[in-house]
Design a protein around this ligand. Structure first.
Ligand SMILES: Cc1cc2nc3c(=O)[nH]c(=O)nc-3n(C[C@H](O)[C@H](O)[C@H](O)COP(=O)(O)OP(=O)(O)OC[C@H]3O[C@@H](n4cnc5c(N)ncnc54)[C@H](O)[C@@H]3O)c2cc1C
Length: 397
């Protein structure tokens, strides 16, 4: 098959959906095609590790309804080659797609453990991964969660909430280490333990194999752990191979300008894959969070459809851990100067991350509706110190 689209979007995720909808908002007659390699049409990814487990949402609720915008979704197809000179993309089924303007929104792929332990070890990212994990993570099942970052800590909380016996394994000293202040990290370790999770910090998974109806993991402390399933969340890498093969500028993702345009004038990039410059932080970022995916997707769509404006948003991110939750903006790096402003220690408050007196990041812990205020603070020149920051962002009541 050969078809052609005015706008072709490669990757069928959240950035792709947002871009398609914003193009069609500006130009209702625009011919937009999306090629995505997942069987499911574009859907919200964050509920996979939270709301679907709590029963707040079902898989049918997370569909983004992209086709309703008028975009044509070519699902279950992977673009494997890009001929920039011919403005042509080819998929793994032998189909070709001509385009005038192209958006790369290929997202990211989970990092893998260096061994195969069969279908009960799931590197968690997609709706299919959720379905696979759900099959094994029944009430009473023992699930090992590898990783103590965003995905690992969310999944561990959700699996414990679903009645699984959960063991968290990660090499760092505590949950959130390197990101949160020490006291908050220790609080989280205790909080998870109180909720029945075995927190094994400082432990690497070095090997593993499928055994009967389970998985046996070999750990760096010499122990062996037999579990019913393993959920792995050890970070992701951007899906930039296509861009690389096509000769676009790639450096920790596809390098884009302030219009989210790549080194090719007819190709844009958005979401987890895009390496963009943020003016408030005066540095390049690649952000693996929903607000960046949706905001950049939307923005890229607008620019592609002819609205010439810079993307200067500092994306925020959020997470839910049992009944704790937060929103955060900028750099959460505990190596920066950290100012803690707790209304109730480790339960509700604000953590500021400073570099040379400038606020570079803000963690809004169980503190809501302050994202824009945090962004403004990050944009200011300062200098700030602890006394000028404490009480600055109103705590929620
Ligand atoms: C379990 C989970 C929970 C999350 N929770 C949160 C949260 O609480 N808060 C938050 O801020 N963020 C969260 N995120 C992050 C957020 O979901 C991502 O940042 C966002 O989905 C990125 O969107 P994207 O469109 O850039 O990429 P993706 O959503 O990864 O979509 C890219 C799509 O393109 C496809 N694709 C890749 N290459 C090709 C190709 N060559 N041809 C065709 N298709 C291709 C991929 O298979 C995928 O379907 C979570 C992520 C996960 C996995």
């Amino acid at each position: 098959m050969e078809c052609s689209h005015d706008y072709l979007i490669v990757g069928g995720g959240m950035a792709a959906d947002a871009a398609a909808k914003s193009i069609r908002e500006i130009d209702a007659a625009a011919d937009v095609g999306i090629v995505g390699d997942e069987a499911a049409p574009p859907y919200q990814r964050p509920p996979l590790s939270k709301a679907l487990w709590k029963g707040d949402k079902s898989p049918g609720d997370i569909d983004l309804d992209t086709a309703a915008s008028g975009a044509v979704v070519h699902g279950g197809r992977r673009i494997v080659a890009l001929d920039r000179a011919a403005h042509l993309a080819r998929d793994d089924h032998g189909n070709s797609y001509r385009y005038c303007r192209l958006l790369l929104a290929t997202g990211a792929t989970p990092r893998r453990l260096p061994f195969d332990a069969g279908e009960r070890m799931i590197h968690f990212r997609t709706l299919d991964d959720y379905r696979a994990l759900r099959r094994f993570a029944v009430k009473g099942a023992h699930v090992a969660v590898v990783g103590g970052g965003f995905i690992g800590s969310e999944l561990a909380a959700s699996l414990a909430g679903a009645g699984c016996k959960v063991t968290m394994l990660f090499p760092g000293p505590s949950i959130g280490a390197g990101r949160y202040p020490d006291a908050l990290c220790h609080f989280l370790d205790d909080y998870y333990r109180e909720h029945g999770v075995t927190v094994s910090a400082g432990v690497n998974v070095v090997d593993g194999k499928a055994v009967g109806e389970g998985v046996e993991l070999a750990l760096s402390d010499g122990e062996t752990l037999r579990v019913d399933a393993v959920a792995v969340g050890i970070g992701v890498t951007p899906n930039a191979e296509l861009a690389e093969q096509a000769g676009l500028k790639v450096d920790n993702g596809v390098v884009v300008d302030d219009r989210l345009r790549s080194s090719d004038a007819d190709i844009w990039a958005a979401g987890d894959i895009a390496n963009f410059r943020n003016p408030a932080l005066d540095r390049r970022l690649r952000v693996e969070h929903e607000d960046a995916a949706v905001g950049m997707g939307k923005h890229a769509g607008r620019v592609m459809a002819g609205i010439d404006e810079p993307y200067d948003t500092l994306p925020f991110f959020y997470s839910d851990l049992f009944d704790l939750g937060y929103e955060a903006v900028g750099l959460l790096d505990s190596h920066l100067d950290v100012v803690e402003d707790w209304r109730e220690p480790c339960r509700e408050g604000v953590v500021y991350y400073l570099d040379g007196g400038r606020v570079r990041g803000v963690l809004l812990w169980n503190t809501w509706d302050q994202v824009d205020a945090a962004r403004e603070l990050i944009a200011q020149a300062g200098p700030f110190d602890a006394s000028s920051l404490r009480g600055r962002l109103p705590h929620s009541t």
